[in-house]
Design a protein around this ligand. Sequence first.
Ligand code: GLA
Length: 797
Amino acid sequence: MITVTGTVFQLDTAHTSYLFEARGGLLQQLYYGPRIKTHDAEPLREKTAAGYGSEVVYKAAEKPLSLDSRPLEFSPKNKGDYRLPAFSARTGQGFTADLVYEGFRVEEALPAPEGLPAPHGGDGCLIVTLKTADGLEVELLYGVFEQADVIARSLRVVNRTKAPLELLRAMSFQLDLPGCGYTLATLDGAWARERHVTEHRLAPGAVVFGSRTGASSNRTNPFFMVYEDGAGEFAGRVYGCNLVYSGSFEGAAEVSPLGSTRIMEGVQSDGFCWPLAPGERFEAPWAVLTCSDAGKNGMSQNMHRFVKEHILPPAFAHKLRPVLLNNWEATYFDFNERRLLRLAREAAALGVELFVLDDGWFGARDSDSAGLGDYEVNRKKLPSGLDGLGDKVRALGLGFGLWMEPEMVNEDSGLYRAHPDWAVKAPGVEPGRGRNQLVLDLCRREVRDYIVENVVRTVKTAGAAYVKWDMNRHVSDNYSPALDEQGRFAHRFVQGLYEIFRRVTEACPDVLFEGCASGGDRFDLGVLCYMPQIWTSDDTDAYERQLIQTGTSYGYPPCVMAAHVSASPNHQASRPSPLEARFDVAAFGLLGYELDLTVASAAEKKAMKEQIAWYKAHRQVLQQGDFYRLKSLFGPDDTRGLTARETQWITVAPDKSEAVAGEFMGLLVPSSAKPPMRLYGLHPDRLYEISVRREVINIKTFGSLINQILPFRVNADGLLMHTASGVYMLPCEEEHYTAWGDLLMRAGLRFKQSFTGTGYNDDVRLMPDFSGRLYALKAGAGALRAEKESKNEQSTN
Ligand code: GLA
């Protein structure tokens, strides 16, 4: 709800309030946090009766007001606020821009910034205008999303002066938080190690983060959070921020010398220069802000709700996603139709629903050095074409999906030979190659048209139900002959990308698109506006994925994270892990398989078939439930090494009738205590039936200890063990409990004793390094009756 009382603006969502006021020509921040009732704004106003020593007074009439000590929504430039600015422009008045409050209006819908996506839905948009004396105009936009508890912010700059100007910095928002004592947490990483949580304890000075790679990047994600001292997963005040943007971006958190904290985020200003002729405007991407006093999980809940309801394409937001098999790590470039169909047949027999043909199906693409840019199918590999293969795959009862990398070109390709000038490169400078490829210049209309026409034709020819849209290198050598000013390159490039996304997805409305960029190099809200899911990381190692999926979950719900079961040892981390654990972790995302099923043993296939059946039975809650982190591997080890460090997650149906909890081992600690697993998000007054998913354990896990289990002696490395492990796996312990939600959440569940090296039987839980368990919870058949009885009992007590 947007309320304007005099010059006080109050934006309320279901559980948060955001207040600022126009005073002395300035937009001064009053409050952002959990919802409050306001009688009047006076208690929220910062009081200043005298100035601080060397500060600069804003205007004689406003004495002793100094901007440097004020909480501001937006700071006039070069007027005595020495903190990081949200805005900078070069005009006839140099870098000075005394932007003062002009007025406001309220619009129903959030406008989409030029060439960029906007969140959909929402409950109104407040637009506040500031202006300089000579007509430079800045509009601050505030979108309200009541149920998601989100305030979206954006900025528009309009040149209403009579002369051209240059915009040099235009953050989507600036927020001055009271005091210091905050921690900034960013999601950082690299290829195969995306979105690990880094905590920066904020101290005087600035922490500046972001990307210059042309994409939102695997280095730092645009999502970040800032929390008050003492905030944890379940309690404490946490702010979450993100950008609806897929290009280079910049974020910052600064503690001022006077002890207040400013945060901001927007397009990357390094290399940014945006000339505006009189009458022209620049529109910044939408930023997304949320706040919760229920800790990081509370904040994540808001972000997850926002992504599902206001970012994802509505046609897919609540649609369950198919279990897929992707051939990449099974074959890499080395395949033909026969090999693919063998894989597809195996997949169909296991219950897989979609077969995805990855890289290598077109042009001379036998390695990553040729073929990108060409869309002709390689007939040597696929003699019956994409349509022929697609038909054969469909005849097996599977959907057919396709990998493409439309933004790129290899120099060894028909496209590059025909249009060498379509690749991004600066005149007279040898361009840098990444994975042997160049980047197509998306600033050029003819390039965009080529991509759209070819992608749409290919998808239609193949009858593809799914497309994995890849992008495998960073952008460099930024230059486009289509631009009057190269300082526009990075932003125009992203606008070009979004135009392509929009045209392709509009032409193929039923196709499920999955964003991808060398794994998770472009995992952001901009992509999610067009593509409802993203390949989380090329790294599918069960342990590494605990970290990657935990980190990602701070800003994004599990229903956008593609997660595959791949081979062991893992191809990226070289780490072995149990097949069941790889499934357990992947089950908390959008499940796929990416390994050579034709060499899987009978026992492994049986296990995978059971995994898929189990996933389908719980798919609704796994993909669409409310997700909470119970324990994570991030942060210091406060167990003193006495207890194994684990990841624990739970996802709960919105009506709390069912849930799935997962527990994932980091490194086992021998002879260690096992504290109860405390759940979250359940209904305290409902009775739940809890059962462990009956996993199977490869008998090789025991090594030579197997001789303590079997009634006869075997050689642990011998042929007999090898053959036996291919046909038989040991079932894991069976556990079943019935308990009230309050017990599960307050006391927690104590599981069977873990294997400690001295004896193994049905009552022992074998959880070696990197293993996992899943627990299904269902509000029991007698639960409702029991609930009523307990209520009656309580009312008679
Ligand atoms: C990228 C993707 C992988 C795979 C390869 C194909 O690395 O992240 O999943 O599609 O490209 O070349």
